[in-house]
Design a protein. Structure first.
Length: 473
């Protein structure tokens, strides 16, 4: 594990007497044992008080007191940033993450310091001087067995740990231990103690780092915490037509879809925001089926249909996103994808593709193709594949250069003003008409757009609208 540490960090610990008892703790140890890149270097220093720690670190860079009450010092150096903290004992005094009294105890036993960690896989400590692993709760074995197990009864003091369990099971393909599931069930009423920003952060980790997002969703269902996300809870038991959905109900379909998405290279190679947009779209794309699904006789047989579920899903998705207080940058991309996820064309026309690209903005047809592929792949035992309709859609979009962007208006306000159209409402209406004509294929570049404009000006203006007839007695 030593070789995974930045050389400067090794030197700081080796050459600073006050850091003789320094441990790498938390996720850094876990990730190193998994062979993952270690991104967060959290270090716990025993045997010194806060002023001694600040003074010792000051010779290596800027030591910021980012968490004085929690005994945390952030050391910024030319080769990275490292968080150093003192061992502490937390005492629960009230609700929420602020309802704790923190006692910094430099001489606390490392085993007791580890006991405040949430899960055994996060409670391991690596002695940077001695090169040994301290594992008082058998976290290394749990990690090997892919078991998520809480460390101690203190787990119940912070409800955020349940949502952390949700995203950990999804990120590392873990199965929660029965005793951990039972404890989380006892904590189900504490969900609303969490500030929205803390809930949002765990959901965004789920949306960006999952390897099996379905495991996280199942964790919420098993622990009873799914009830706090009613749009998702309502999907369980909602039937689907077995001809199109042999995998089961809408809940099962959604779980298969999100797992199918994270296997696609388009998601794996995406930036953080695009990962969030795509995974939340798949999570929410069918939530409207909970209220629109019904049975109907068609062609002499009973079919299960969900007419209009795209629009209902869009409305409900907006509510879900609002509850997590997601940024408009994300929501404005998610909702058009949810609304248009059924846009399957066997032979899409240029006009249809231009209008679809316009409806999707600021999302793109390329992103819609990823969503539709994951949707089609979430129906086992049917094979995972790119639907022919997606292939046709992407091909037509590529011909129109609309695969990765929506159509841009060709005729702009300055073009009209240069030709004598005064600014005002009439100018806006004419620009709207021009863009509609562009989407219909009336013109494709500025010269043909100006020809279209000249034709509009040459058309006779309609006469005054006649008023109501006057009755003559």
């Amino acid at each position: 594990m030593q070789e995974r540490l930045p050389p400067l960090l090794q030197r700081i610990v080796r050459e600073t007497p006050a850091l003789a008892r320094t441990y790498l703790v938390g996720g850094g140890v876990r990730d190193a044992l998994l062979g993952e890149p270690v991104k967060d270097f959290d270090l716990e220093v025993f045997g010194v008080d806060y002023p001694e720690l600040v003074a010792a670190l000051g010779r290596w860079g800027r030591a910021d007191l980012v968490g004085r009450s929690f005994g945390v010092v952030k050391l910024s150096t030319s080769e990275g940033t490292f968080d150093f903290s003192l061992p502490r004992r937390d005492s629960k005094t009230g609700q929420g993450h602020r309802g704790f009294v923190v006692n910094l105890i430099p001489d606390l036993a490392p085993q007791e310091a580890a006991a405040r960690r949430d899960f055994t896989i996060n409670a391991m400590m690596y002695d940077l001087r001695g090169g040994t692993l301290l594992d008082p709760f058998n976290g290394r074995q749990d990690l090997a067995d892919r078991i998520l197990r809480h460390t101690s009864a203190a787990f119940s003091e912070d409800p955020l740990r349940v949502l952390r369990g949700m995203q950990f099971t999804a990120r590392f393909n873990l199965t929660a231990a029965p005793e951990t599931v039972a404890l989380c069930q006892e904590m189900v009423a504490t969900h609303d103690e969490l500030a929205v920003e803390r809930r949002r952060e765990e959901w965004l980790k789920w949306a960006t780092q999952s390897r099996s997002p379905a495991r996280g969703l199942q964790f919420l269902a098993d622990t009873g915490w799914l009830r706090h996300y009613p749009e998702l809870a309502a999907l369980r038991g909602v039937p689907q037509d077995p001809e199109w959905h042999p995998e089961g109900d809408v809940w099962e379909h959604t779980r298969f879809c999100v797992d199918a998405l994270v296997e696609l290279p388009e998601w794996i190679g995406a930036d953080r925001n695009t990962r969030i947009v795509l995974l939340l779209t798949l999570l929410l794309h069918d939530i409207g089926k909970a209220t629109t699904t019904r049975e109907e006789q068609r062609d002499g047989r009973t079919r299960i249909i969900s007419p209009g579920h795209e629009q209902e899903s869009t409305r409900m998705a907006a509510t879900f996103c609002q509850r997590l207080d997601l940024s408009s940058t994300l929501v404005d991309r998610i909702l058009p994808l949810v609304s248009n996820h059924m846009a399957h064309y066997s032979d899409p026309s240029s006009r249809a593709v231009r209008r679809l690209a316009a409806r999707l903005q600021p999302s793109t047809i390329h992103e819609l193709g990823v969503v539709m592929t994951a949707d089609a792949s979430g129906r086992p035992p049917l094979p995972k594949k790119v639907p022919e309709t997606v292939t046709a859609l992407l091909a037509r979009a590529a011909l129109l250069d609309l695969q990765a962007q929506g159509p841009r208006p060709i005729l702009l306000g300055r073009h009209l003003i240069e030709r004598g159209h005064p600014p005002g409402p009439d100018l806006g209406r004419l620009l709207h008409s021009a863009f509609e004509a562009q989407l219909d294929g009336a013109f494709h570049d500025l010269p043909t757009a100006l020809e279209w404009l000249a034709q509009q000006r040459a058309k006779p203006s309609p006469g005054p609208t006649p008023g109501p007839a006057t009755e003559i007695r």
